[in-house]
Design a protein around this ligand. Structure first.
Ligand SMILES: *[C@@H]1O[C@H](CO)[C@@H](O)[C@H](O)[C@H]1NC(C)=O
Length: 416
């Protein structure tokens, strides 16, 4: 069977399986849910705590505790969005309860500030002792301020859901936040990279939208889409780009889909050394600002901080005022950065060399199998070519030797 044929068959089997298993998201039993609502002046403030990366060292975690507490006290937001990679699962020491311990530590300053929060998973959260589902369920169980939901089965990934923000004077929703799960590893039938929002998730969003009133909408995702390269290349971005955009090699069409669905802002994390935002075809693409002390980044001199998004009732999501708040209290209103605008990038850098470094780690098994399969596949065809080339080269060397020898003999003869 051809590759395409087998893929199609797998898709069909998968769809039948999904259709059979699809059921609505579980709800948190007994949890008192906070109702998100615009304030009396018609504002709603979101702070994006990006890439906290707990779990490296006690000192980095304590620093991050302080950053979170400070940022929340400066901004007094209505909602904190944790946009993935809250914990560096790859720093796991192999003990049980490791993730929960880090997770409890990181929600402490948020709970202490009384700020409701919601999370999506990144590509590193599930590399320790808890699966993606266990992490979402843990969060839903632990804290009443959490608005996180376990996504429906027909979407891929475990943290896909939306949060409606009500108008101040009651009535229906006045704005909507989509929380999208970009998975852990691989994208669109390909291994490698740090994940993406898969097509079934986009279909679920589209199907869900049919029953919802159209309101200004924005989305959060961990891994940026390829269009983050374009908005930078066009010189339309404000802020800084100090590393390649680590977008997925396979484009599942999220940007175009969001645009067609009227979601006009997409906020991502993942790339710790980028913090720019800009408008592309009427959609705002915006990085957060690295918040945590664990892992790499932000670049020297930036300081740790967070992106703040101030929604205004009745205003489109891409027109919302946005800025970076730093841990020292400074507010950064980003401007165009001509210094780096000439560095164009057109190919996604899937990055995340973790499995190259640790090919035998449990989380890398699938990728290892993929690599081995690819290696043996290459050997079948390439071996013959290489063998042929080698033989040809050997034959040429032998032929030349013989010619040289014969010439030598001829010279011997003529000199006699
Ligand atoms: C959403 O659904 C509509 C109607 O079913 C369809 O025409 C449209 O192409 C879908 N959009 C996406 C992005 O899937």
């Amino acid at each position: 069977m051809s590759r395409r044929g087998s893929l199609l068959l797998l898709t069909l089997i998968g769809l039948i399986f999904l259709a059979d298993k699809s059921y609505p998201a579980k709800s948190t039993k007994g949890a008192r849910k906070v109702r998100l609502k615009f304030d009396e002046d018609g504002y709603f403030k979101i702070i994006q705590l990006a890439d906290l990366h707990y779990g490296h060292f006690p000192e980095t975690d304590e620093h991050t505790d302080k950053v979170i507490a400070n940022l929340l006290s400066y901004e007094q937001p209505d909602l904190a969005v944790l946009s993935g990679d809250m914990v560096s699962g790859f720093a796991w020491d192999g003990t049980n309860g490791w993730f929960e311990k880090r997770f409890r530590q990181l929600i402490k300053p948020i709970a202490a500030a009384g700020v409701p929060y919601a999370l999506i998973l990144g590509n590193h959260d599930d590399e320790a002792d808890l699966s993606r589902e266990q992490i979402v369920l843990l969060d839903m169980r632990l804290q009443q301020g959490s608005l996180t939901q376990l996504g429906p089965r027909e979407a891929m990934g475990l943290s896909n859901y939306y949060l409606d923000i009500a108008a101040n004077k009651g009535g229906g929703p006045a704005a909507r936040i989509w929380m999208l799960d970009s998975g852990g590893r691989g994208c669109d039938w390909q291994y490698g990279g740090s994940g993406c929002v898969e097509r079934p998730t986009i279909w679920w969003m589209n199907g869900t939208l049919v029953r919802l009133p159209r309101v200004p909408s924005l989305a959060f995702v961990h891994v940026p889409v390829p269009e983050f390269m374009e908005v930078w290349n066009r010189g339309a971005a404000r802020g800084s780009k100090h590393e390649p955009v680590n977008c997925p090699m396979s484009d599942t069409g999220l940007f175009k889909a969001l645009k067609s669905m009227g979601v006009t802002a997409l906020h991502s994390g993942h790339d710790h050394d980028n913090n720019y935002e800009g408008l592309l075809d009427g959609v705002r693409l915006a990085y957060g600002h690295k918040t945590g002390y664990g892992s790499y980044g932000p670049p020297p001199g930036w300081g740790h901080g967070a992106r703040v998004i101030l929604l205004k009732a009745g205003q489109a999501a891409h027109e919302a005022e946005t800025w970076i708040r730093l841990e020292n209290g400074a507010r950064v209103d980003q401007s165009k950065n001509p210094k780096f605008a000439s560095a164009l990038q057109t190919i996604c850098e899937p990055g995340d060399g973790y499995c190259e470094e640790f090919p035998f780690a449990p989380t890398c098994r699938a990728e290892l199998r993929f690599r081995l399969a690819r290696l043996s596949h290459i050997s079948l065809t390439t071996y013959l070519y290489s063998l042929g080339l080698l033989l040809a080269a050997a034959a040429m060397v032998m032929y030349r030797r013989r010619v040289v020898k014969r010439r030598g003999k001829q010279q011997e003869h003529s000199s006699l």
